[in-house]
Design a protein around this ligand. Structure first.
Ligand SMILES: Nc1nc2c(ncn2[C@@H]2O[C@H](COP(=O)(O)OP(=O)(O)OP(=O)(O)O)[C@@H](O)[C@H]2O)c(=O)[nH]1
Ligand SMILES: [Mg+2]
Length: 357
């Protein structure tokens, strides 16, 4: 049983390819509309048809056999077909709540479904579509609808690279327990030190876990950079003074529950009044309502960027876009795994979109 995929710009073109190679008896297993990223970072749509030889043509199947043999490809194809049906049901279910204009523009419901399935909330998804102008003109192709909507999302999100400066940067990393603060500090240090050749130093103000300082010191000794503890104002002033010559000073803080207001207040008292940029780390895999609580409860620390960690642990990354818009906060880093220093990036807006779709 030979299963083969054919690609073309239109369904008719693709069907012609199937017919040419497999003849009129070919069985069509699935028809999918797909997209790929073009060289100029745009999106290009194409069709993919999965087909197999018809029964008369398929010499692999013994004529006398009563058993049905399915290749892994065929099973995967059927599985993906089932997923498409599920997707369609989801979109149809939602479409009842949408206005007539949504239903009249080809592709609008489809992209709405994609946005919502990725974790973008329905209110924003609808807003992106409405603001994209696709309902004002009737001559948008499916591809145009997609492009216009993605452009609208790009307008609403913001990114920043606080380390892209010749000035000294002092940055503190705050967030809930185990979100990835120390690992992220190590990743950034390695990139700044090894790739950008900057002078880097660590300060740890985590006096809650005995091993916390050791964890940071281990990274410091691997990189060959200084690491000082600072558990009170006096020690922090001393450490900052000792690192005056550094281009980048990275401050690792103790993880704390975002409901522990006393400890958030304590941290605020220690670093709040100094000229330190604060990055709030949020794990991309936690529930969206908790993300909002984290964002609100850490506000006291006056953070100025988000870092989304553990993006490799979820496929619902649209919630990142929800947070960026809801809190009007730029994103400085995204971490994508446990490897130090590889699994981190300073995303462009397009990178954020790619992460989500
Ligand atoms: N999958 C995945 N794991 C990560 C990522 N970043 C960090 N981790 C893992 O998360 C765990 C906790 O990381 P830490 O850096 O110690 O977290 P922390 O926020 O410093 O923890 P506390 O100091 O105890 O609050 C470790 O096992 C890391 O390897 C990521 O992007 N993806
Ligand atoms: Mg830590």
């Amino acid at each position: 049983m030979k299963v083969k995929k054919f690609q073309g710009n239109t369904i008719a073109d693709t069907m012609r390819l199937v017919g040419k190679e497999m003849g009129p008896e070919a069985l069509i297993l699935s028809t999918e509309k797909k997209h790929r990223i073009t060289n100029d970072n745009g999106y290009d749509e194409y069709f993919e048809i999965t087909a197999m030889h018809g029964p008369d043509q398929d010499n692999d199947v013994p004529e006398e056999s009563n058993e049905t043999h399915f290749s892994r490809d065929a099973i995967n194809t059927l599985r993906s077909e089932l997923m498409s049906i599920k997707e369609m049901m989801f979109i149809l279910d939602r479409s009842r709540m949408l206005t007539e204009s949504f239903r009249s523009v080809p592709g609008a419901i489809n992209i709405f479904g994609r946005l919502v399935r990725s974790g973008i909330n329905e209110y924003y998804a609808r807003r992106f579509l409405e603001k994209s102008g696709i309902f004002e003109k009737n001559d948008f192709s499916q591809q145009d609808v997609r492009k216009q909507v993605l452009k609208e999302i790009l307008k609403e999100i913001d990114v920043c690279d606080p380390f892209d400066t010749k000035q000294q940067v002092i940055a503190a990393f705050i967030g809930s327990t185990g979100v990835g603060k120390t690992t992220t500090v190590a990743k950034i240090a390695a990139n700044e030190f090894l790739l950008k050749k900057k002078r880097v130093g660590f300060i740890s103000i985590d006096n809650y876990r005995i091993a916390a300082l050791d964890q940071l010191k281990t990274y410091a000794s691997i990189l060959g950079i200084p690491c000082l503890p600072a558990f009170n104002q006096k020690e922090l002033a001393f450490a900052l003074n000792r690192m005056q010559d550094k281009d980048v000073i990275l401050i690792d803080t103790a993880g704390q529950s975002h409901y522990d207001y006393d400890r958030i207040h304590e941290l605020q008292a220690l670093i709040g009044t100094r000229p330190i940029t604060k990055h709030l780390l949020i794990s991309a895999g936690i529930h969206e309502s908790e993300m909002t609580r984290v964002a609100k409860n850490f506000k006291k620390l006056d953070y100025s960027t988000y870092i989304f960690t553990k993006t490799d642990e979820t496929r619902q990354r649209g919630v990142i876009i929800n947070q960026l818009i809801a809190q009007k906060m730029p994103i400085s880093f995204v971490t994508t795994g446990q490897r130090v220093p590889e699994d981190i990036m300073t995303p462009t807006k397009m990178d954020v979109l790619r992460l989500v779709f």
